[in-house]
Design a binder for this molecule. Structure first.
Ligand SMILES: [Zn+2]
Length: 344
């Protein structure tokens, strides 16, 4: 039984023994100059054969790509890759008639590398080709989520596109339920504003993965806002009540000890405000540094950038304790932000 619909069967230009009747219709000149090394020709007077899938004693199915490159594969491999429920379509041994498939050779090569879990000679596959290959698997009852798994070459190929095209990878992963890849991509997709998701992308990724992405954006936005709202804690009022600033070697303990020679305490000579005035200064410094972060809130803000945005010039404080409280709060916020969940 032939595995594919009639339109996949070889027709024009392919005779029954699988050899080209003349070199011109399928000759090497017709092959795009940009063809990957997977589709090099084997001899000038024969149809091109994919060097990754050459004829061997064990191959028993011949596929012919739309750009007339032959791929020699194993029916058993194709059948094993197909979904268990797809019993109605099985690949049978047939080495005499190439089966014409609608995919061009770069796409077919990636499909077969996915099925075989093998690494192409070059992984520099453009993302659209990878997407086309994974999408096309479904037509052959092959579920991508059973094959595109962490550690497989095809998964690695998709990972290489995460730094530049995380959103496209996320949409692909979501569409096919590639959970690991979707989670990994989501961590790098935060720079893509949720409001910029097109209708087409939303439909393709489906309600579940769209909702999970939306929830991730919102959760991070809420988390950062909450962190920024809570300013540094003001130090104990006891020191402030003494009019002693934190730079003074003598502290309020002098008063508690009953020592009244305030003139001897250097801090008492310049009693700067760690009363209500100091507290106002502290919260004003916090508001000044957090307002721009909150105003231009980015859920993909890097922790180190957040630290730089919050750091205040020490000169705004004239109390060491206030300055230390401010710095401690910055560190708390940065660490909390670093630990805020960043994937779906
Ligand atoms: Zn203070």
């Amino acid at each position: 039984m032939q595995p594919t619909p009639e339109d996949y069967q070889a027709t024009a230009g392919v005779d029954q023994d699988g050899r080209s009747p003349s070199p011109s219709p399928s000759g090497p000149d017709r092959h795009p100059a940009s063809a990957p090394t997977d589709t090099q020709q084997s001899a000038p007077d024969e149809r091109q054969v994919s060097p990754s899938f050459p004829r061997s004693d064990s191959t028993d199915v011949v596929l012919l790509s739309s750009d007339t490159v032959l791929f020699h594969v194993h029916a058993s491999k194709l059948n094993a890759a197909a979904a268990p429920s797809a019993g109605q379509r099985t690949w049978a041994s047939n080495t005499s008639t190439p089966i014409l498939v609608p995919e061009p050779s770069p796409v077919l090569a990636l499909m077969l590398h996915t099925v075989y879990a093998t690494r192409p000679s070059s992984w520099a596959s453009p993302l659209p080709t990878l997407i086309a290959a994974i999408d096309a698997l479904v037509k052959y009852d092959i579920e991508p989520r059973r094959l595109v798994l962490p550690g497989t070459p095809i998964y690695g190929a998709l990972q290489t596109h995460l730094p530049t095209d995380a959103f496209e990878v996320y949409v692909l992963a979501a569409h096919h339920g590639l959970e690991d890849l979707a989670v990994e991509a989501s961590g790098q997709v935060l720079a893509h504003p949720v409001r910029d998701i097109s209708d087409a992308a939303a439909v393709r990724m489906g309600a579940t993965y769209l909702r999970r992405l939306y929830n991730l954006y919102n959760a991070r936005k809420d988390a950062l806002q909450k962190l920024l709202l809570q300013g540094p804690s003001f130090h104990a009022a006891a020191a402030a009540a003494n009019g002693v600033n934190g730079f003074g070697a003598a502290t309020g303990s002098g008063m508690l000890d009953g020592v009244t020679d305030f003139a001897a305490a250097p801090a008492a000579q310049s009693p700067v405000g760690c009363g209500p005035e100091g507290e106002r200064r502290l919260s004003k410094a916090w508001r000044a540094r957090t307002s721009s972060v909150a105003w231009n809130l980015r859920v993909d803000l890097e922790p180190d950038k957040l630290r730089r945005a919050l750091e205040a010039d020490g000169s705004v404080f004239d109390c060491l304790e206030c300055e230390e409280a401010y710095e401690a709060r910055v560190e708390e916020v940065v660490e909390s932000w670093r630990n805020t969940k960043a994937t779906i």
